[in-house]
Design a protein around this ligand. Sequence first.
Ligand code: 3HC
Length: 293
Amino acid sequence: MARQFSTVGVVGLGTMGAGIAEVFARTGLTVIAVDVDDEGLERGRGHLEHSTARAVERGKLDAAGKAELLGRISTGTSLGDLAGCDLVVEAVPERMDLKASVLAELDRICPPDTVFASNTSSLSITEIGVHTGRPGKVVGLHFFNPTQVLKLVEVIRSVVTEPDVVADVVALVERLGKTPVVIGDRAGFIANALLFGYLNHAVRMYESRYATREDLDAAMRYGCGYPMGPLALLDLIGLDTAYEILDTMYHQSRNRLHAPAPVLKQMITAGLLGRKSGRGFYTYDAPDSSTVV
Ligand code: 3HC
């Protein structure tokens, strides 16, 4: 019988984790969100407050709906709080050692049928899964930023993910009002594998002074109808995140398209991470959480 997910855990309340928690809660699921410390929880609650207030402003929610949505999300700092979840999504930073230790601990805490999902952008789901005693119940669940708005969710299956787990997770994504695509375990999956070659190419054009940042962005917005130009989008994604994604794909494919443009590393070293640090290719009024919505 198909699983009816009703209580979902989210580990890591950064931009993506908070967005994912909000999307689940908006659909009426009970969400238990965990971060490492009070500071992380505070930041996560800030993301949730900001985004739901914006949803009210944009007419997507009313004040009562906002209160109900937030009321479905409880927060804490212990993975032990997730013992009753039928699905746990991890959205911790993109480091295999971190993800592996979170999943190994969850494996001890949660019942054997709990499904584990990772929001990784480019790490191997197979490798994440083998750190648990249930690799057949581990999938990738890759949301796109801003999570509250963008409809795509990539569902990644490893060679051992059980077909009924994939089917149940796909049904859940549809329940969230999102569009699922199912893909095997390859760095970058579908969207990032296509998108980041293009973004990297734009950085190389900028780096070699082939075109100004404004002209590069204007060309893709007004010539191709993209909602944002590539350099503005990199600022939204975060240059550090973009670098990690490119580097992982490059190491896996050795395709020069994905060899990170050198200026990316220099900007990261100088602290220019994009919106989240207040400056990237462009300068922003104040460092924010990288959410534009
Ligand atoms: N909650 C719910 N809905 C919201 C919202 C919120 N907090 N804030 C805005 N919205 C809704 C608005 O009501 C509007 O809906 P409508 O179309 O029905 O009227 C829609 O979202 C767009 O909102 P805005 O009008 O305020 O914003 P823009 O039209 O300027 O769009 C944008 C902003 C959605 C960021 C758009 O520029 C965009 O799609 N940019 C591209 C982003 C992108 O490519 N992301 C992918 C990055 S790659 C990634 O994430 C992968 C990872 O691994 C790195």
